[in-house]
Design a protein around this ligand. Structure first.
Ligand code: AMP
Length: 422
């Protein structure tokens, strides 16, 4: 066979029917869980103005510096980018649609593709899917705890065990300005070991040095100071309440002082869930509080917190534990219709239409094949019933209904098929 000239772009994937059934079940389950926690869906555009991401995620971050798919709009040469994440678009949408004027507290979730121009590898793609929850309008540390609870609850329903919740606090702008001097002093002492990016970031946004994935930088940062000694009273109090909230809810977690989230907008609580079974790309999701982002993007300040999970990584974690069966149930049609003689096909077409009007899902054979071949197709479809129509049944306005599991057959009149199926 000649090679296909236009293959899908690197890092992009097709989801074929066998997998799309699993995806659908995963999405349904996720929607069910987040709705139990009071989150309602928001659907956001895939593109935003590039400046939104630069301003919120931060210009010195990997995402903004290297990973966005950016195009120039034709009419006014404006720069637009495919969303690399949803938090900034969520904030933009809340502000732009004046949601906080309608009520002061919102819990919204989203589910959809995001795009990052990263080097593809297992668990890392250029188009991937996230589900996320965002809550705006409350400073309460218990809201942070509830987010983590919902996250872990979801993993539980997917029967994913052994994943680790890591949490920390990165304080507020005040805590960070005092921490900044300490960190700078340390970075001066290890400067020769730092990569070029980190040396530049050290001058422009010192905290982003902490996210560097370069091995040598990671080694150099092993003894870097941590923010805890610099937390102000309010942030320290918030963190303590998060810790006690997690303990009271019996949610196991590890305090990871070195947790970095790679975004500028976080304040106070941050967290991540990692799957030790996943290898290099082991973060299944993460989130935190971002109390300053609303005033950064809009005019009004509003406290907020959120998190996002990667659906591809969730599926990989399930595969690793061989428990994809949790999501396997692929639903076939209610009925598959086959003919003994092509002359019966027209009537089958009509029967199928009538049954669909009654809300049943029905498939019909279109191919030129023997009854045996058609029965095989019916079997593959997963339909619990097959309706067989031959010339005799056609005259009697009846059909042979075969129950696939037991193999039993009976003749029933066309107007009784619906009753039989339900
Ligand atoms: P982040 O906000 O960057 O921590 O991303 C949240 C989650 O999205 C990650 O924990 C991953 O599960 C998923 N994710 C992020 N980037 C990618 C990617 N390039 N490919 C697949 N999943 C990703």
């Amino acid at each position: 066979m000649s090679e296909l000239q236009y293959q899908r772009p690197r890092g992009f994937r097709d989801i074929l029917p066998a997998d799309s059934a699993i995806w659908k079940n995963l999405e349904d389950l996720v929607r069910g869980v987040v709705q139990q926690y009071g989150y309602r869906e928001i659907r956001l555009p895939m593109m935003e103005k590039t400046g939104l991401f630069e301003r919120s995620i931060g210009e010195e971050t990997d995402i903004v510096e290297k990973e966005m798919f950016t195009v120039q709009s034709r009419e006014n040469k404006e720069s637009l980018s495919l969303r690399p994440e949803f938090t900034a678009p969520f904030v933009r949408a809340v502000v732009e649609n004046h949601l906080l004027e309608k009520k002061p507290f919102w819990k919204l979730f989203y589910l959809g593709p995001a795009f990052r121009y990263e080097k593809p590898q297992k668990g890392r793609y250029r188009q991937f899917h996230q589900v996320g929850m965002e809550a705006v309008g409350a400073e309460d540390p218990l809201l942070d705890v509830e987010l983590m609870e919902a996250f872990m609850d979801l993993l539980d329903r997917l029967q994913l065990s052994g994943l680790e919740l890591q949490a920390s606090s990165i304080g507020c702008l005040d805590c960070r300005s005092s921490f900044r001097n300490d960190l700078l002093r340390y970075l001066e002492s290890v400067e020769p070991q730092l990569c070029e990016d980190c040396r530049r970031r050290k001058e422009r946004n010192v905290f982003r040095v902490l996210d560097c994935k370069n091995e040598e930088c990671r080694t150099a940062l092993a003894d870097a100071p941590v923010i805890y000694e610099h937390l102000c009273e309010e942030c320290d109090d918030h963190w303590k309440k998060v810790v006690s909230g997690l303990e009271n809810a019996a949610i196991p977690f590890t305090k990871n002082e070195r947790l970095g989230r790679g975004f500028d907008y976080y304040t106070k609580t941050i967290f991540e869930v990692v799957d030790p079974e996943l290898g290099a790309q082991n973060a299944v999701g993460g989130g935190g509080r971002y109390d300053r982002l609303f005033e950064n993007i809009g005019k009004e300040a509003a406290p907020a917190a959120g998190c996002a999970l990667g659906l591809e990584r969730l599926l990989l974690s399930m595969k690793e534990r061989k428990n994809e069966d949790v999501l396997r149930a692929e639903s076939g049609p209610d009925l598959f219709l086959v003919w003994i003689d092509r002359t019966c096909q027209k009537q089958l077409f009509q029967i199928a239409s009538d049954l669909r009007d009654q809300d049943f899902s029905v498939e019909l054979n279109f191919e030129d094949r023997s009854l045996k071949g058609q029965m095989r197709a019916a079997d593959h479809s997963g339909a619990p019933y097959v309706g067989i129509l031959g010339p005799d049944e056609l005259n009697a306005r009846e059909i042979t209904m075969k129950e696939m599991e037991s193999g039993s057959e009976e003749q029933i009149s066309w107007d009784k098929i619906g009753e039989k199926l339900s």
